[in-house]
Write a protein of this length. Structure first.
Ligand code: XMP
Length: 508
């Protein structure tokens, strides 16, 4: 595997995903971690950073100590650090260089093997390498900087490379090739990290860990919990006890459809209809956080009650994925925090269950590929994200059963139309929002006074930032007509054209 030392760059996870895409396993660890070198570690990548190597407390690492063991590739800050510690000069560039640049190859070398002489790369730095240390060679330049890629020519026993640009971002058109050259050509990694090998190894280790014991797990109909449960089920069959709760704010028919799919996959899942309990507790509550708290707490109560009936359970399954567990490095302050996953976080400690999290090492796109490998229907794998509090945070103001039904109908028309027009997979997330606003309309000879519905569709990579999707006007017109004509209670449809930030994806 490859170790990525994180110096706090926003792109570190992209490096990891690019490495994994080359079917090479890698871990991200904070730059100050102690690496336990063994025969599995084939190379180290030093990430970028918001810091400058010339700052007083610039994050440091002993590169020579790593080089004694394995090859090293520095990216951006990592490259500057390598140049500096071996005696080179790094300074503020006269021009800050952000965005596209043309990399011009100067030297044939393993790292740039098979690349065009001129290749588009993505820069994002304000420092630049002015002079390389003795014994270093320039592999490539750009029009504005003298060192875009370099290597330490005297490096023994392992080679040291540096890239001033970001090979991991999409706009570095041959960046994947460079990473491939490093991983396979220079580090000698076997490309054996595949969905099939992951499934085989994970099922084997789950068998060993769980033995003849039982696992309980809350399922949400989402990709992560479904894939995690399927892996566990491959290992222990019906000793996995899944619980899927209808909280009354799922999508139309979702409860039955999801249970049916679980059944097809062969998962042992019990559906619990708790709709009325949720509606009862939600009555009169219009504050968004209040709604979230109620739904979260009731969910735990219901799950707990069911879980207690399965007294033989000693493990709790969870769909935690890699981005939830990466230790995030904060270089502008002493704190290093660990994000934790809170899906079933409130379960009473007295339940005394040990966690099983088979997806802890995977990025979302890898979870999807593993899901397909496991034979889970692609409809399930490619579902949009859906918030835990469901339609409750898309019914602005108080949630009632009637409003939930109204929104379910309208949302169903919208999502079905997106699928029929092949737009569903083009957008990252879509949904309808029921506004607490009534307005006047006219149908036939009759005046109406009904609710307004907002449609939302966004493009995004991870939900942190998002842009509204430019859906075709004709499509929006058809959906608007279909909703107003078929859903009694809604007489006006609007489309949300706000990006995140400053808006959010959900309205509450
Ligand atoms: P926002 O609205 O913050 O949403 O832009 C970003 C992503 O998070 C989802 N979301 C939630 N998911 N519980 C969840 O499980 C929540 O309370 C919640 N609020 C927002 C949202 O659907 C989007 O994908």
């Amino acid at each position: 595997k490859i170790i990525i030392l994180d110096f706090g760059s926003q792109y570190t996870q992209l490096i990891a995903r690019a490495v994994r895409e080359a079917n090479v396993y890698c871990d991200i660890v904070p730059f100050h971690s102690q690496i336990d070198f063994n025969e599995h570690i084939k190379g180290v990548i030093l990430s970028g950073s918001p810091c400058s190597v010339n700052e007083q407390d610039a994050p440091m690492v002993d590169i020579q100590a790593i080089l004694d063991k394995v090859p090293v590739l520095g990216v951006c800050y990592g490259a500057q650090l390598a140049a500096k510690v071996f005696g080179g000069r790094v300074e503020k560039s006269d021009k800050r260089e952000y965005g596209r640049a043309q990399m011009l190859r100067q030297l044939e070398d393993k790292l740039l093997l098979g690349l065009s002489a001129k290749s588009q790369v993505w820069m994002s730095h304000s420092d630049t390498i002015k002079a390389l240390p003795e014994g270093f060679e320039v592999l490539a330049t750009t029009e504005s900087i003298p060192v875009a890629a370099f290597k330490k020519s005297t490096a023994e026993p392992n080679s040291l490379y540096g890239l001033q640009f970001h090979p991991e971002v999409y706009h570095s058109t041959e960046g994947k090739k460079i990473l491939y050259n490093f991983l396979v050509g220079i580090c000698g990694c076997a490309q054996d990290w595949t969905p099939a090998s992951f499934v085989e190894e994970t099922v084997a280790s789950l068998k060993e860990k769980i033995g003849d014991k039982h696992v309980i797990m809350a399922l949400s109909g989402g990709v992560d919990s479904t894939v995690a449960a399927t892996l566990i089920s491959r290992a222990i069959g019906d000793r996995l006890h899944g619980i899927f709760v209808d909280n009354g704010v799922l999508r139309k028919d979702e409860f039955n459809q999801v249970l049916e799919t679980y059944n097809e996959i062969g998962l042992n899942v019990k559906g619990i209809d708790a709709k009325n309990l949720f509606y009862k507790e939600l009555a009169g509550v219009s504050d968004p956080e209040g709604k979230r708290k109620i739904i979260g707490k009731l969910f735990i109560d219901v799950f707990h009650e069911e879980a207690q009936k399965i007294s033989e359970a000693s493990f709790l399954g969870q769909g935690t994925i890699y981005p939830d567990v990466i230790e995030s490095v904060s270089v502008h302050g002493p704190s290093v925090t660990i994000k934790s996953h809170h899906n079933v976080g409130g379960l009473p400690a007295t339940m005394n269950l040990e966690l099983v999290e088979p997806l802890r090492a995977l990025f979302k796109d890898e979870v999807r590929r593993v899901g397909l490998e496991l034979g889970i229907p692609s409809d399930m794998i490619n579902r949009h994200p859906f918030p835990g509090p469901g339609l409750a945070i898309r019914i602005l103001g108080e949630v009632t059963e009637e409003k939930a039904k109204l929104l379910q109908e309208a949302d169903h028309i919208y999502i079905k139309a997106l699928k029929e027009r092949n737009l569903y997979n083009e957008v990252w997330q879509a949904g309808a929002i029921l506004l607490p606003v009534k307005s006047v309309g006219v149908m036939g000879d009759e005046r109406t006074y009904e609710f307004t519905l907002a449609l939302r569709a966004v493009s995004s990579v991870d939900g942190m930032t998002a842009d509204w999707s430019h859906l075709p006007y004709e499509f929006l017109a058809d959906v608007s007509n279909a909703i107003i004509n078929n859903v009694k209670g809604i007489n006006r449809v609007v489309y949300d054209i706000s990006s995140k930030p400053p808006a959010t994806i959900e309205w509450e």
